[in-house]
Design a protein around this ligand. Structure first.
Ligand code: 5GP
Length: 125
């Protein structure tokens, strides 16, 4: 069920629990600002989620409230994960769903990284 991304951050969400170590994940990368792990329900041969460590609901919330260091750290982490997964030569896709129309289900900012096969058109018509 898509969430309302205009609501304040709810620290009971699944990714907050993963960050606190209350739920497991298959980690692929972690640094001061970001955590990356495999999606539990992969939609491509490579489907990795990258999340900032701070309490941000969505991309626009992050852009408005995060520090420059957090933003730089997160953006760098996404690029690092894509390079580390050796997806640069073949190509990959980044996606961040926001709110009801965007189909966001977990109210903690996350970037999906898809790869490992041709990914088709950007959106179905
Ligand atoms: P959204 O629709 O919010 O952009 O995507 C949420 C993603 O989180 C989905 O692709 C879903 O499969 C993934 N997901 C939901 N719960 C968990 C979980 O507990 N662990 C992991 N690794 N991924 C999850």
């Amino acid at each position: 069920m898509p969430i309302d991304a205009s609501l304040p951050y709810d620290d009971g969400n699944i990714f907050a629990k993963i960050l606190r170590g209350e739920l497991p994940c298959t980690k692929v990368y972690e640094d001061e600002h970001a955590l990356a792990f495999h999606d539990i329900n992969p939609l491509a041969p490579v489907h990795i989620l990258v999340i900032p460590k701070g309490p941000y609901v969505s991309w626009d919330d992050f852009a408005a409230r995060a520090s420059d260091a957090e933003i730089a750290g997160f953006v760098r982490a996404v690029g690092h994960v894509a390079r580390d997964a050796e997806m640069v030569v073949q190509g990959y896709r980044l996606l961040s769903n926001v709110g009801k129309r965007g189909g966001q289900e977990v109210p903690h900012l996350h970037v999906h990284i898809f790869g490992g096969q041709p990914l088709g058109p950007m959106l179905a018509r």
